[in-house]
Design a protein around this ligand. Structure first.
Ligand code: HEC
Ligand code: HEC
Length: 263
């Protein structure tokens, strides 16, 4: 049944297949990345496609307000420095997470945005998973809509990529299952009413219907950890940042899809 993914996509053109082969993805059997969108039922797909009904748009619109909101001692907004986000933030989200010399560690888009607040604006960082941080992240990510994910895993990022890959393939939890056992080996199969996708991160932050809210990549990792009754890591932890880097690389070439909706 893993062939679900293949059937769906191989039904496309030969050009698609050739492009996919060039990606040499880290997926089994030479499979290439398929967005979670393709694994959803038509109703959820329609919800995502409809700009009026897609609940993720509330976050993007709230993010647009935050972009212009002045804050901190210096009374600056994101816009004060970056101007029009559709220019300055175009494609940016597709390059995160990345190694950050300043922090000497991995940083994701949420982390970069919070760094702007503390370092450049003298404003309080947004709490992880807060409505504000999700909204501004969704807004910035939306400016990369359609850009292929393209993270740098060379140099100082390399050990994080390795850690992420180890976490992805390590069995864990009472169910003793690795991420790869669901998202590589069982993609396309049903699990308690959900169709398991390849586990890509190109739609995040996503609006998940079961959460009735937006959620980050790290919240999703926690959910998946709970699914196998494993102890989840902290939001923003090195483990999840590494996993995020690995997954962004594993799905490289997949276009950013934002705001995405998931069941
Ligand atoms: C028991 C099977 C299972 C395991 C193991 C599992 N997941 Fe998932 N995962 C799911 C299901 C079910 C969903 C929701 C449907 C979907 O999008 O695949 C999901 C969704 C996701 C998504 C969202 C995909 C999208 O397009 O929105 C990501 C990312 C993800 N998982 C990552 C991971 C990571 C990282 C691990 C290991 C820490 C992991 N998963 C372990 C079952 C699993
Ligand atoms: C005082 C000016 C200033 C303000 C205010 C500011 N930024 Fe920045 N921003 C910069 C500079 C300079 C850089 C590039 C250097 C760096 O990353 O530190 C940058 C980089 C970024 C990047 C990374 C771009 C890339 O190509 O990787 C993002 C994302 C970003 N800013 C978002 C924001 C957001 C969102 C806000 C508002 C919360 C904001 N910035 C506020 C000056 C600012």
């Amino acid at each position: 049944m893993r062939s679900f993914a293949r059937i769906a996509v191989l039904a496309g053109s030969a050009a698609f297949t050739i492009a996919a082969l060039a990606l040499e993805p880290d997926l089994p059997d030479g499979e290439f990345p398929v967005s979670g969108y393709r694994f959803m039922g038509p109703q959820v797909q329609q919800l995502q496609d409809d700009d009026f009904l897609n609940p993720g748009w509330f976050a993007v619109e709230f993010g647009a307000e935050l972009w212009q909101e002045k804050a901190g001692d210096r009374n600056l907004s994101c816009q004060s420095c970056h101007g029009d986000a559709s220019e300055s933030m175009r494609g940016v989200a597709a390059r995160y997470p990345q190694y950050d010399e300043h922090r000497t560690g991995l940083i994701n888009l949420e982390g970069r945005i919070n760094e702007m607040r503390s370092r450049y604006m003298n404003a309080a960082e947004y709490p992880l998973e807060s409505e504000q941080l999700l909204a501004i992240t969704a807004y910035v990510t939306h400016q990369a809509n359609g850009s292929p994910m393209n993270v740098d895993i060379t140099g100082k990022a390399a050990p994080y990529w390795q850690q992420g890959r180890d976490l992805y393939t390590r069995r864990q939890g009472q169910l003793d299952l690795a991420c790869s056992q669901c998202h590589d080996e069982r993609a396309g199969l049903m699990l308690r009413g959900d169709r398991i996708s390849q586990g890509h991160v190109n739609g995040f932050p996503v609006y998940r219907l079961i959460w009735r809210s937006m959620g980050s990549r790290h919240r999703m990792f926690r959910w998946c950890n709970w699914a196998v009754r494993a102890e989840p890591h902290e939001l923003g932890s090195d483990e999840y940042l590494s996993l995020e880097l690995y997954l962004a690389w594993r799905g490289r070439g997949l276009p950013i899809e934002s705001p995405a909706v998931r069941p």
